[in-house]
Design a binder for this molecule. Sequence first.
Ligand code: SF4
Length: 493
Amino acid sequence: MVNMNIDKNTNSADVKVFIPGERIKDECGVFGIYAPEKKVADIIFYGLQALQHRGQESAGIAVSDGDDILVFKDLGLVAQVFNEQNIVPLTGYTGIGHTRYSTRGKNVWQNSQPIYRMFKNESFAVAHNGNLINISELRKKQAAKGIKFETTTDTEVVASLIEGSACENIEEAIKDATSKLKGSYSLLILTKDKLFGIRDPHGFRPLVLGSLDGNYVIASETCALDIIDARFIREVDPGEIIVIDKDGLRSQMLLQVERTSMCVFELIYFARPDSYIHDKNMFKVRHRMGKQLAKESPVDADIVISVPDSGTPAAIGYSAASKIPYAEGFIKNRYIGRTFIQPEQAVREISVRLKLNPLKEIIKDKRIIVVDDSIVRGNTSRKIVKMLYKSGAREVHMRISSPPLLFPCYYGIDMATKKEFIANHKTVEDIRRFLNVDSLRYLSIDGLERAIGESRDKFCFACFNGDYPVQSRENLDYDKFSLDKEEKISSNA
Ligand code: SF4
């Protein structure tokens, strides 16, 4: 018997309104474990908490005891969704978990993950980080076969491919479904007695393998392994499928790898500073970006401050290279959780101040270098600069630890459309004037590559240079898709 807790309210009138482009958002974190003798739901809960930065809209856990799969999921942060009452019944020795930020599909209960389906008489659950670029094509084909969709997510399309597969067994069905996907996907799939970890052949999103007391763990980032005291083994390779069951771990290079293209924004901003990608610690990589930025764009000033938290490692690096002291210029309110931002201008202003309040004693009468990781539309940066001047700054010099954002992302990052990127239609000097800063400089693409310490050929740099690793017809329509999406979101307000 399958026992799913699905009696949660579905609030289709959920009207989370975000101000598009205020921050770039990642699209999810995944965590899975296979550990006979352990009750894994608690472990998954902690793993998901470590991945909370990857998605704050919903959280879910699916576990199996070898016979049945149980799923519990809801809208909210991990600690809001789960409590003793709902986690205790999740008995099982293997399971997967998910934290969601929606780039495709609204923030409603149905779209939360893991998604649960049946293949023949066998249940399975899917958790996904990424974005498929052939989603419309796949969806149409599946709909033509009579498959009904309950959600608007890519993940349900993956599940439907498995569900509708003509293969003999579920393992073959999963491999068959995966071979049809295009785009970015780090997938965890749970069957009644197996855990699958699959990474797309470009390796856009991270996925790592670890061990806990001799059992296997798979997670989006190494920080999730640290939190449960698991040992990092290695990254799941692009194109690799890992199967974990009672016989141990099997690995197969399922998909042909033409070009690996790890998202460079994982290194700039998304991944937690304590995580490792390509054996590099993210704090150190960002620190080097700041150092490189100081070398490329020095300026005389009294202090270096960051836009916390994402700008902090680069600001410390800038300070180290420039020998200009680093100081805390803003106090960040870390307890806001999900931000339901109303669109009215007055409330937008409050929302920035609610998150960041300048430390006037530090700012007053100083020439300030403020370091941030990126500028999307420039509205938030402008407000930040205004706050600094209001707090008595004599000069404000903005330094950005990534190159100008020019092209939208198709691979699972919620970005503005091309024409909404401020750098797409304004020169650096025009942006400087718009932000009202004394100087503005970005890190160069070469400088970014140097700071990472690896060839850019191994990464996706598409949002900086337009060199998309995977193209599809749907890419071409993406700007239209994004506009439609934003219009729909606005119309919900
Ligand atoms: S386009 Fe930019 S954000 Fe998207 S995967 Fe490539 S580097 Fe990452």
